[in-house]
Design a protein around this ligand. Structure first.
Ligand SMILES: [Fe+2]
Length: 385
């Protein structure tokens, strides 16, 4: 999130001597993004972040793509993915392309005996069910139902849950996930017309510093491979940091909907932007108030994007037989629209309680083995009355 934050102890000037009480130097780390051209942070470690003691054999975690090319409306039951103990093993990629991987996860347990670093993707973890704490080298963030947890690539983290009942939507983005440019003024502040404001954003407030020597396993994901690295020092040995690059949280419940007399187009729901895809929030809101308005959406030919909707809660007004945790994928090339009966039913309704996350990609999505395992095979026929 492009605003300045700092935690812990820092020297008055960057790149100068910063010593421990025993006279040793702290180890400075510049953490930059997009080369040196975008946001960055400067961290001060008790020990250099380079002390690798051993590397285990790497292994593939590449999504198993079944359909590289496809043009069929799909319905996937995200909650049919079975819970698993291990956090990383529980993540199942369903729809992927070169810009984004969309996964679900139902982890029973958090991470205790390892850390994780996604080396080539920013992560957006939407918390559908569950709560807990994200622990990172930048400090800790508590999360709960409805939170979008944003973790910039390269952040070493551990995730801990309050109990075993957890359902997450995980978006891995191979470019930074940021607020849409049109929401920002020329110095990066969220504008008055933006559906959210800096005050709605949670940043790390508690820095836990572990000056510990031992054997610390960091599973590092890069190019579809997992590299198990063992480090000599605890990765959370940071005494202080400052800058603009750090994990943060925005709750979907803080998204202020933009409504109108007539049906508003999907961009009013946009929450985040990334290269070649957007993330939108559909939240409870008052319906259109023109006397002859039709609150249900029109049929829509999305010639440029594959549209993924993930249903979170409430009645989804334009769909029949929609359940929590369900995805619909409406690919570019064929129109989609409201289900039979939903248009008439929407007329006169004053408000909707729907809660959903939409991910629109400008390049087609490929479907994986894990997606087909939870597919509602007849979804494409669901417009037949
Ligand atoms: Fe659409």
């Amino acid at each position: 999130m492009p605003h300045y934050h700092k935690l812990g102890k820092l020297p008055p000037k960057r790149h100068t001597q910063f010593r421990k009480p025993n006279g040793e130097l702290f180890s400075e780390q510049l953490f930059s993004t997009e080369g040196f051209s975008s946001v960055y942070s400067i961290l001060y470690h008790h020990h250099p972040p380079t002390t690798i003691s051993s590397i285990e054999k790497s292994y593939s975690v590449e999504p198993k793509v079944v359909y590289q090319k496809q043009m069929q409306h799909r319905g996937l039951q995200g909650f049919n993915v079975k819970p698993e103990d291990d956090y990383l093993a529980s993540r199942k990629a369903l729809m992927v392309n070169n810009d984004v991987h969309i996964s679900v996860a139902a982890p029973r347990k958090g991470m205790t005996n390892y850390f994780f670093k996604n080396a080539d993707a920013d992560e957006m973890i939407f918390v559908h069910v569950g709560s807990g704490t994200l622990k990172t080298m930048y400090g800790n963030l508590d999360f709960e139902y409805g939170d979008y947890v944003l973790i910039p690539r390269g952040t070493i983290y551990q995730i801990q849950f309050k109990d075993e009942n957890n359902r997450l939507l995980v978006v891995e983005s191979f470019s930074p996930i940021v607020p849409p440019k049109r929401y920002l003024n020329n110095v990066g502040q969220l504008l008055e017309h933006s559906p959210y404001y800096e005050r709605d954003i949670k940043v790390p407030e508690k820095l836990e510093t572990h000056d510990e020597e031992g054997d610390f396993l960091v599973n590092i994901k890069k190019q579809g491979m997992m590299y198990p690295y063992h480090y000599k020092y605890h990765p959370f040995d940071v005494i202080g940091w400052d800058g603009y690059n750090y994990p943060w949280i925005f709750s979907i419940h803080n998204f202020e909907p933009i409504t109108g007399r007539l049906h508003q187009p999907p961009p009013v729901h946009q929450t985040f932007a990334a290269r070649n895809f957007v993330i939108c929030s559909f939240v409870p809101r008052m319906y259109d108030y023109h006397p002859l308005s039709i609150p249900a959406p029109y049929n829509h030919s999305n010639v440029d994007s594959d549209e993924v909707l993930y249903y979170v809660d409430g009645d989804f007004m334009s769909r029949k037989s929609v359940t929590k945790g369900m995805f619909s994928l409406h690919p570019a090339g064929i129109p989609h629209g409201p289900h039979p009966g939903t248009v008439e039913k929407s007329i006169g309704a004053k408000e909707t309680k729907e809660l959903a996350v939409m991910i629109d990609t400008f390049h087609p999505l490929m479907l994986t083995e894990d997606a087909l395992a939870i597919e509602d095979k007849d979804y494409y026929k669901s417009w037949l009355s």
